[in-house]
Design a protein around this ligand. Structure first.
Ligand code: ZN
Length: 391
């Protein structure tokens, strides 16, 4: 558990203790009554041995303390920023392998093993029913396990193409050698497809949400105790991907405060006019660190807003090309406009994005709406497959 460094230091420490005790013992000897040449020799060095070994003992103890106080796994967690950070939990299912779980979460097998020494058996086998931990500073959307039954005429290449995965991954997941597969073989694969497929129906101000997906807890954002955090699968993916990008850019930046999305089944959500069909989400602006609230929205202005970080998050969302509208107070649009002008954004692009300085009725993706000085409202377009959804 201590590792090589710990074992070496422990060894040196033990030697120090022995020599320290030996030094004290030599001090106790009376060289007059113990008249051998050896005792006279040691009596000269007894005090020195004791002092030297005492000093070494203190030094070794100081080196050893951080090693022994952290178990190997915990030390790795600390090295990766794991200790005290957000971790995802995963219950091991029958048939799971270290490779499969690592691929699910997009982490290396080495890290996964270090974080879960008690769950991983000697030969890398996982203990079914045990909970594994995956530490992360950015939101992860874990993949799901799915199965495919081989049909006659199938090749691994064709199956991989159909399922949207790599041949190598398919082979490793199923321990296939020499690419030999037989009809009716049941192959495991990993998919991004949601467990329940959501559907946005109608308009965002008069609609509903079928199989709404709940925003899961994760690193880099908070939704406090809000219950109305259901969206379409696409909304949840776009939101988590954008927060992950923001988080990678500003690992120590303030976390994102997420407000309401929709109710589980959509429909009217007071006091909002929209937020009915799983495509709307409110996000707090990013504030300068000393002003950043923990889990609520706050009135935002030139003094407390971190314009650069806010814009990074908004631009990340806009770059998905899935944003239909954003509602942002006109005064905050001015702050964004000045920031972007300073960064030499071209006027044509700014005109497409912002109403400022053309007035609150100008045509742009980002529009003024009263009440949006403490949060930005983001509306995503209808998912392509949701034919009953109206933009
Ligand atoms: Zn809103």
């Amino acid at each position: 558990m201590l590792g090589f460094r710990g074992v070496c230091l422990t060894g040196i420490g033990l030697l120090c203790i022995i020599s320290h005790v030996f030094g004290i013992w030599l001090d106790w000897l009376d060289p007059q009554s113990f008249r051998s040449a050896m005792s006279r020799l040691y009596s000269q060095f007894g005090r020195r041995i004791r002092l030297l070994s005492g000093a070494m003992l203190v030094a070794v103890a100081m080196c050893l303390l951080p090693v022994s106080s952290l178990a190997a796994g915990a030390a790795d967690e600390a090295a990766q920023g794991g200790k005290g950070r957000f971790h995802y939990e995963y219950v091991v299912q029958d048939g799971d392998t270290l490779y499969l779980v690592a691929k699910k979460f997009g982490v290396s097998m080495e890290r996964l093993k270090k974080w879960n020494r008690r769950v991983v058996g000697r030969k890398g086998k996982l203990k079914v029913g045990k909970t594994m931990k995956v530490y992360s500073n950015v939101p992860i959307r874990p993949k799901r396990t799915a199965f495919y039954v081989v049909k006659s005429g199938d090749s691994l290449y064709r199956i991989a193409k159909k399922l949207g995965c790599e041949i190598g991954e398919l082979k490793k997941l199923n321990a296939i050698r020499n690419s030999v597969i037989q009809p009716r073989d049941r192959l495991v694969y990993l998919t991004d497809a949601p467990e329940k497929v959501s559907e946005s129906v109608g308009y965002c101000f008069n609609g509903k949400l079928i199989n709404g997906e709940k925003l899961p807890p994760g690193p880099g954002y908070t939704f406090g105790h809000r219950p109305n955090i259901y969206g379409t699968n696409e909304t949840i993916t776009l939101l988590l991907d954008s927060i992950a990008r923001y988080r990678r850019k500003y690992p120590d930046g303030p976390i994102v405060v997420v407000g309401n999305l929709s109710q589980r089944g959509g429909g009217k959500l007071d006091p909002h006019k929209s937020h009915q069909s799983g495509r709307d989400v409110d996000l707090g602006y990013i504030h300068k660190k000393k002003f950043q609230p923990i889990n609520h929205m706050m009135a935002t202005n030139e003094q407390n807003m971190d314009v650069r970080k806010t814009w990074y998050l908004l631009e990340t969302l806009l770059k998905t090309e899935k944003v239909e509208k954003m509602f942002i107070d006109y005064k905050i649009q001015e702050l964004l406009y000045k920031h972007l002008k300073g960064r030499n954004y071209v006027e044509r692009y700014l005109k497409k994005l912002l109403q400022y300085p053309r007035g609150k009725n100008a045509d742009a993706i980002i529009e003024h709406e009263d009440g949006h000085h403490h949060h930005v409202h983001v509306r995503f377009v209808c998912p392509d497959k949701d034919k009953r959804c109206s933009n």
